[in-house]
Design a protein around this ligand. Structure first.
Ligand code: CA2
Length: 147
């Protein structure tokens, strides 16, 4: 059975609890439940984590090497700032799908830059919580291409 690690970065623990007009009403716990259910339906093991700390996220990316088949990352604001996260993904040699709830390209200019995009298999953004299940489908399709 393939195993996928889903990492969530800073402030995503506040989803559904603050600023619902920007990020919606769904909580991260509800998104985790959706992901675990979707993983079960596709017979893939899903592990779901969140940290507000860059170093913790880096440690988890390192841990993924040899232990997980794929990574999905909503790195939050670190997407736009962190060369260290990008280097960690490069060194992990685990395929990664970059994920965002919002369409970062339709927002402020500083969100148009992603340090992760060049080391990602691809990017999913703008679909809200549904993006998480789309990202699971995307990484599974990458790991086990159809046809
Ligand atoms: O759209 C996304 O998923 C983002 O990764 C979310 C980040 C943002 O910095 C990225 O540019 C795009 C912010 C997550 C903050 O989440 C909050 C949720 C509720 C209340 C406050 C913040």
């Amino acid at each position: 059975m393939k195993s996928i690690l889903i990492l969530n970065g800073p402030n995503l623990n506040m989803l559904g609890l603050r600023q619902p007009e920007v990020y919606g009403k769904t909580t991260l716990a509800q998104i985790e439940a959706m992901c675990l259910e979707h993983g079960q339906s596709k017979a893939v093991k899903i592990e779901f984590r969140q940290s507000n700390h860059e170093g913790v996220l880096i440690d988890w990316i390192h841990e993924a090497r040899g232990k997980f088949d794929g990574l999905i990352m909503n790195a939050g604001a670190y997407t736009h700032t962190s060369v260290a996260l990008r280097d960690a993904v490069s060194s992990a040699e685990v395929p990664m799908v970059e994920l965002h709830l919002s369409n970062i390209h339709a927002r402020e200019a500083f969100r148009h830059v992603s340090h992760l995009a060049p080391v990602a298999v691809g990017q999913i953004c703008g679909f809200g919580p549904a993006g998480y299940t789309l990202a699971i489908d995307a990484i599974c399709s990458h790991l086990d291409p159809p046809g």
